[in-house]
Design a protein around this ligand. Sequence first.
Ligand code: ZN
Length: 204
Amino acid sequence: MRPREALERLMQGNSRYVEGNLTHRDRVHAGRRAELAAGQAPFATVLGCADSRTSPAHIFDAGLGELFVCRNAGNLVDEVTLGSIEYAASHTGCTLLMVMGHNRCGAAGAAVAAARDPGAFESHNIDDIVRRMLPAVLATRREGAGDPEWIDATARQNVLLVARQVVQRSSLLQDMVEAGDFMIASGFYDLETGRVELLASDPP
Ligand SMILES: [Zn+2]
């Protein structure tokens, strides 16, 4: 499947989810499981937030074996995540990565709170997440903006920054993108409407 077709299929799945016309049950059953036991061929990878309300298989109405999913709080990219994305791109035939953030993100909220109160400390590991989100926090700081607006702006900006980092840090993916064999899209999920908004694709 070409990258554009994969993106179209992903977004069609989201439309079905929004409209309540779910079809994934037809592709989550014992027969499908048996078919897939020999090997997977997901059409898209999703790097999403660990937030329980943003499960990619649900919001893209996807069945077993259709999505390769990497999740962590704040949809961030580190070596393990990048290696996982590279694996999917080079070994499963997957031609699309969607980096997806969402509104009211707890990780973005923690990062904004840390910018307001740099002395606060929860744990080294949570601190690591916050530190990785700070560039997005600082890029979206506006005088007079309330925290909810700042948090959502941070989460959006973070998606774009992470999508860029994926290309910059992976020559394997960079080569595939340049050859037209792979695409990186950026999406933003709305907790209320269920809709995924496309922010950009093929970041510079
Ligand atoms: Zn989140």
